[in-house]
Write a protein that binds this ligand. Structure first.
Ligand code: SF4
Length: 360
């Protein structure tokens, strides 16, 4: 543990924050939702839920990019692998189960599916294989989207294309607040996403829905402080977008990253696994770069994709409506080494995190 980390894990400070949260919450039933897999990891690893006062619940919403990647997008990538193209993807994505297969299964069957650690690596593969088509599966939120945008701006080789499944977080928050009976009293907004879009981006949402929003970092004290700030806003009757993660996040975000996103992508409706199609929630490649758009460059047969496989309750987990342990397949048919649903795949998946923090 680094000195900086120790500073954000101080037990005495944590105790002080917990008692201040209890004082501000004053026994009220309060539901705070976060939309970030890394926040869920911090909360579960450090047992933060057990420290909170009775009545205050902390719920994990749709914060894992591979979990919310629609099965149809994964099926498109699988189809391209079957057509004989090189398909490059980040590590977690390869194991995401889709309608009837996964990229990992296709690789076992002989398809050329490669794991890359950055978009530039996929461009390099395209340069080294001029006789092949190389398709990079672009999955992520506002945080990762600029890395894909940059490669398009740099002018990749002709045989490189991008299959985008990039999502915009605020519209998904709109869906959550509009679900009848869901109930949200405050949002911990994602630190990484806020780094790009800034805390001002959440202000209209906070005002429109009268829901306090606080951008938080990823250490235990960051999360507790964000909860304290939300509890304070509620107690004072305010609904603003505030910033706990001031050491990284600014009100306006990162203008350079926003600029490259604006130049290369347009925003349109996008399908989210478990949530359906959400208005203006996806980044798609602009016409100027469409020769690198795998959605337009290749032909696909008609296929019906299945987002939620029989018995999997990922849609309810993604919406924070059930705890993963309420799924009958949790820890039995569905385990980290053999995931049945997408929420058990990666370190940001709620089922995977819960599994790793429970002794089964
Ligand atoms: S435990 Fe597995 S099958 Fe059940 S909801 Fe989670 S990912 Fe889906």
């Amino acid at each position: 543990m680094t000195g900086n980390q120790t500073k954000f894990r101080d037990a005495r400070l944590a105790k002080g924050l917990v008692s201040e949260i209890a004082r501000l919450n004053d026994g009220r039933a309060t539901r705070i939702v976060h939309v970030c897999g890394t926040h869920e990891d911090t909360i579960s690893q450090h047992g933060l839920r057990s420290l909170l006062p009775e009545g205050l619940t902390l719920v994990a919403g749709p914060g894992c990019p591979v979990c919310v990647c629609a099965a149809h997008d994964v099926d498109m990538a699988i189809e391209l692998a079957r057509q004989g193209h090189i398909v490059a993807t980040f590590g977690d994505m390869i194991r995401v189960p889709s309608t009837s297969s996964s990229l990992a299964n296709e690789r076992t069957e002989g398809a050329d599916v490669r794991i890359v650690y950055g978009a530039g690596e996929a461009v390099e593969i395209a340069r080294k294989n001029p006789g092949k088509e190389v398709v990079l599966v672009g999955v992520g939120f506002e945080t990762t989207a600029p890395t894909f945008a940059l490669e398009l701006l740099r002018g990749p080789p002709e045989n490189f294309s991008l299959l985008t499944s990039l999502k915009v977080i605020p519209p998904a928050m709109e869906i959550l607040v509009n679900i009848e009976g869901f109930g949200v009293d405050g949002f911990i907004t994602p630190g990484h996403v806020s780094t790009i879009i800034g805390t001002k981006a959440f202000q209209p949402f906070a005002e429109k829905h009268h829901v306090p929003c606080v951008a938080a970092g990823f250490e235990p004290l960051d999360v507790l402080e964000a909860i304290r700030m939300i509890a304070l806003q509620i107690s004072e009757g305010r609904s603003e977008s505030e910033n706990e993660y001031t050491r990284v996040v600014s009100p306006d975000g990162n203008p350079a990253a926003k600029h490259v996103l604006e130049k290369t992508f347009k925003i349109a409706d996008a399908p989210w696994r478990g949530l359906g199609v959400i208005k203006d929630s996806g980044y798609y490649i602009r016409e100027e770069y469409e020769h690198h758009d795998a959605r337009k460059r290749f032909d696909y047969p008609e296929f019906e994709s299945v987002d939620i496989l029989p018995g999997c309750r990922c849609h309810e987990v993604i919406l924070g409506m059930i705890d993963p342990t309420e799924c009958k397949l949790f820890g039995t048919r569905c385990r980290p080494e053999a995931p049945y649903g997408p929420c058990m795949v990666g370190h940001e998946g709620t089922c995977r995190i819960r599994h790793e923090n429970l002794v089964l």
